[in-house]
Design a protein around this ligand. Sequence first.
Ligand code: UN1
Length: 506
Amino acid sequence: MPAAEELRRRAAEAAGRCGVDLDAVAGDREGTSPVNGATVSSLRWAQVSEVDEAVARAHAAFKEWRLVPAPVRGAVVKRLGELLTQHKEDLATLISIEVGKITSEARGEVQEMIDICDYAVGLSRQLFGRTMTSERPGHRLMETWHPLGVVGVISAFNFPVAVWSWNTAVALVCGDTVIWKPSETAPLCALAANALLQRALSEAGYSTDVSQVVIGGAEVGEALVDNRRVALVSATGSTRMGRAVGPRLAERFGRSLLELGGNNAAIVAPSADLDLTTRGIVFAAAGTAGQRCTTMRRVIAHESVIDSVVERVAAAYEKLPIGDPMSDGTLVGPLVNERAYEAYAAAIEKAQAAGGEVVAGGDRVLADAAPDAFYVRPTVIRMPEQTEVVHQETFAPILYVMPYTTFAEAIELNNEVPQGLSSSVFTSDQVEAELFMSAGGSDCGIVNVNIGTSGAEIGGAFGGEKETGGGRESGSDAWRAYMRRATNTINYSGELPLAQGVTFDV
Ligand code: UN1
């Protein structure tokens, strides 16, 4: 395990290279690394009054930014993409240090940021509205999309920077300004990413108030949610957080974009290619130490293949290297904190009490080498059925495996949980694949065939249904959430015919 001093120094250097002035943001709120429990940052948290000041500045900046032509805004996002490319290693280092991601996945997260910048640059020339046929002669009917306002972004620890970038790159080309409340766990990541964007803004001669970050706890997020000048809050986190945020925004008719819990399953059909299936399951279930919202938490395997699936996955789990996420070859880093470990241990206990059999993992490791960190073995539990604990999202690497007999039953089990983010089917039977993707199939926002539940590309819309919150971010037409639509009717007839055939002659 790296020494505490070493981590602190590497984090400070990486943040400094991205343009963070650590002295200017210093304070007494300590941030620790899940890698070894060491303190890696000491920062000042914002007061609620400072959030309102930031919103006022963002609102003033919006009045200018919304008038900048979208492709010109796109050029700023293009520059952000270049700066992210230059500082990919710095950001990846900060991600590994603050949230414990292995190097390859930390780099992947930064790559996802670069990808969304590319996407948003293209989008900046494609914020299309439609032209509709009018029912009246000599009239044109069309819609125009306009910037919405100040967007609040609340992000979680597990994708400490990518989630911000999906929202921000798109929001910026849409003409919005952004205030970001990052996870308390990853303030340096946030300061570093935002410093790069502020540099891109300054270079192009725009106000840095277009993109601000406020470091703090739940009260900072609440202040964004309650401020009437924040037009949209995009919040990623637990369903519990979403339950608090959604109604508060609705109360003031603010827009919300919620990305909440997942409880993602893969169905493994008798015709599945079991080598590919095993690899798909292991990355989705054990990757990121089970801490993605898209992590695979359930396998629903046909009774004829379940033994073989369990055996293969358990064998692969035996070989997973667990440890320092920044050392070569590690595939499983730490859990984010002690609370996450407690939730992991409690879920395993509950599953066992409900008749579950632990067939791989199930315990903490490296407690001697890193007593203040929480490394666990990814766990596979064979369950007799989909019991209560299986309905819950435990943010840790626990995979429950259940049997099915008919494909219809497998779909029922997939849809039975309260969450609806991601889902997969492993099958070589085209009819099953089509059924799973059909109206009567998976009820999730992401429905995959022969790949796992995690690791979505930015080109598609990302999000899910039911307790996942219904929001969509990233690609496809998700940009519309960040704009307001105006319907325009233009009369060039020289007459004044009324719609619906109404006459009103005076
Ligand atoms: C999350 O865990 O909050 O599909 C997002 C994926 C990533 C995003 C995960 N592209 O796994």
